[in-house]
Design a binder for this molecule. Structure first.
Ligand code: AGP
Length: 612
């Protein structure tokens, strides 16, 4: 989730662009840059780190330019280095581009421009576009971008400028990354999100999908990408405060992030499938190394551990290798036995969790190969590992993890598929088939988030159970880590005591906890253990507890075993966890809302636990 701002008008715009970027920093960044139409051509400055680092290097950039654009980067392709920061300039210095989103066919695009003699200076997908524009420019930057657009695949929003047309910025978007125009007097803005210009104007126009926009000081023209036909957009007033706009119109960062999950999952998958084949770079281990691996250990804390517990099942099943998962703060004090044939996966969205970092370092000292799974490029865990695989969930501000969890489970699924493919445990056909089903998940998650019936059900359940003082979560196999994650969500934001247990363990103690009216949340999606779950739920109901079951759409037999059923779309059982967690996230969120608690800042908790 990068931040974008562009300005064309009568005023010097360097400060307007810089402060606009500062208002976008909440979306997460690891570097930033700007380009202005200076007296002698396109003036650019870029820096790693926050916008204040960019301010420190932008001294030489034109103070009088009245057109320009800026970008805060959340790295997806290419490390956190200045050379990978946007904007990118063409080799002749006449064109500039910056982007939010991903070109899924970036490997092809980079090969095409290289074949035409262009020298790529970054590892990014975006840079290919500026060379394509240089190749094809015919004096009209808008029409040049419109002609190139159909060759770009993925989900993206980009801005482009040409020194020969200094009075305009051209923008275009495909799929989710948003663009919004800010209309001023003798000046206009275009940005990824309204906070970038809200202090200057509240009059906005929303850019629709597959639209091209031409922004000049006195006019904003919208065109359909397909045929260049004009499009009309009414000018609306944005009433959000900057704080509210920062939440994308949602009441909290956590709710925004729950709703960003389709994008986080799609971005984590993105270009890792190339023409149906899985390409998972970053292990830092060759395929031969991976074939030598005889044991996988997964370590993490909290939600990260829960995604690792899902990964444990998948890596054993599809990777065909013995796999265990353990909480980092415990594992680090075991006397673990390792050798170079042990692969350790250290999961941490922040990449800064002290216990996970410590566990990794012990594993490395004892000869294991360590791969980090993290959301933050350049984080401590990323730097300490032999290899790094990134989720691409964007910055997560809510203390309670949501989109980083489903992005982690997505990446664990890709790791399991990759190991299966490399070790010959899965056929290329199976990998392609499962990969295709995995790429359907963003739409299925979106379907759940848009499901008004489910939303009403969850509201009813939250109203009914928000004053209960204990919830028991039960699950089996892949349902168990989802129960553990659902139980953690509820306890950490509502402070209601919860417990999550393997349903088969219930008779060995936890069933004593059940009294009349205890709410029991069960994950009972279709799988080889469904019947076992059903009989466990009978035992629970016989003791007067209220069962709320997450189940697979179409399997109405669950209704005989549960008082309330939250249906999720059907998919392969191994991919069901990403769907099953959504209702549990929303249930925890809604209950907490009824208790009047601050979901974004729960008591006693920090977003990153850098202490042991
Ligand atoms: C999850 O909602 C919590 N915020 C917490 O358990 C978190 O998952 C844990 O602290 C691990 O954080 P990490 O992924 O940054 O290592």
């Amino acid at each position: 989730m990068c931040g974008i701002i562009g300005y064309v008008g009568a005023r010097p715009c360097k400060e307007l662009v810089l402060s606009g970027l500062e208002h976008l920093e909440y979306r997460g960044y690891d570097s930033s840059g700007l380009v202005l139409v200076g007296e002698h051509g396109l003036d650019r400055a870029r820096a790693v780190g926050p916008v204040k680092a960019l301010r420190a290097v932008a001294g030489g950039v034109s103070e009088t330019a009245t057109a320009g654009m800026g970008h805060t980067r959340w790295a997806t392709h290419g490390g956190v280095e200045e050379r990978n920061a946007h904007p990118f300039l063409s080799e002749d210095g006449r064109f500039a581009v910056l982007m939010n989103g991903i070109f899924e066919n970036y490997i092809d695009l980079r090969a095409q421009v290289t074949a035409k003699g262009h020298t790529l200076t970054s590892d990014t997908d975006t840079e290919a576009l500026v060379h394509m524009i240089e190749e094809e420019y015919d004096g009209d930057i808008a029409e040049t971008c419109r002609r190139i657009f159909p060759r770009l695949e993925g989900h993206f929003a980009f801005l482009a400028m040409a020194i020969d047309e200094p009075d305009r910025i051209v923008a275009a978007r495909l799929a989710w990354p948003p663009l919004v125009v800010g209309r001023g007097e003798g000046e206009n803005y275009i940005a990824s999100f309204t906070p970038a210009f809200l202090e200057q104007t509240r009059m906005i126009q929303i850019v629709d999908e597959s639209e091209l926009v031409i922004v000049t000081a006195d006019n904003v023209e919208f065109r359909a990408i397909a045929d260049g036909s004009p499009r009309e957009h009414e000018i609306e007033r944005a009433d959000d405060s900057i704080e509210v706009a920062a939440k994308g119109g949602y009441e909290s960062f956590m709710l925004k992030e729950i709703h960003e999950q389709p994008t986080a999952i799609a971005d984590t998958i993105a270009e890792r499938f190339h023409h149906g084949e899985l390409h998972l770079d970053g292990f830092g281990l060759s395929d031969d190394d991976l074939r030598e691996i005889n044991r996988v250990l997964i370590v993490g804390c909290g939600t990260a551990l829960h995604s690792g517990l899902v990964g444990r099942y998948l890596i054993e099943e599809w990777g065909g290798v013995a796999t265990e998962a353990d909480v980092a703060s415990e594992w680090r004090y075991r006397n673990g036995v390792f050798d170079p044939k042990t692969l350790v996966l250290a999961i941490s969205q922040s990449g800064e969790t002290a216990d996970t970092l410590a566990a990794m370092q012990i594993a490395k000292e004892r000869g294991a190969r360590v791969v980090a799974v993290t959301n933050i490029m350049g984080s401590a865990i990323a730097r300490a590992a032999d290899g790094v695989l990134y989720t691409r969930a964007g910055l997560e501000i809510g203390v309670a993890a949501s989109k980083t969890f489903t992005a982690q489970v997505t990446l664990m699924t890709l790791i399991a598929l990759h190991l299966g493919a490399v070790r010959g445990h899965l056929s290329p056909e199976d990998v392609a088939l499962i990969g295709g089903e995995l790429r359907e998940l963003p739409d299925l998650v979106q379907q759940l988030l848009d499901d008004k019936e489910l939303d009403a059900q969850l509201d009813m359940l939250a109203d009914r159970f928000c004053h209960d003082r204990f919830f028991l979560y039960l699950g089996r196999h892949l349902g168990l880590p989802i129960c553990q994650e659902g139980a953690l969500k509820l306890k950490e934001i509502s402070y209601i005591p919860t417990d999550a247990y393997a349903a088969g363990e219930m008779k060995h103690g936890p069933i004593a906890l059940l009294g009349e009216d205890t709410p029991v949340v069960a994950v009972a999606t279709d799988s080889h253990v469904f019947e076992k779950m059903a009989s466990n739920l009978e035992e629970v109901r016989a003791r007067g507890a209220h069962v709320i079951a997450v189940a697979t759409a179409g399997n109405t037999s669950i209704e005989a075993h549960a008082e309330h059923v939250l249906y999720v779309p059907r998919t392969r059982p191994e991919l069901q966890p990403i769907l099953a967690v959504i209702p549990l996230q929303l249930l925890a969120y809604k209950i907490t809302g009824r208790l009047g608690l601050d979901v974004d800042r729960p008591r006693n908790l920090a977003k990153t636990v850098t202490v042991e």
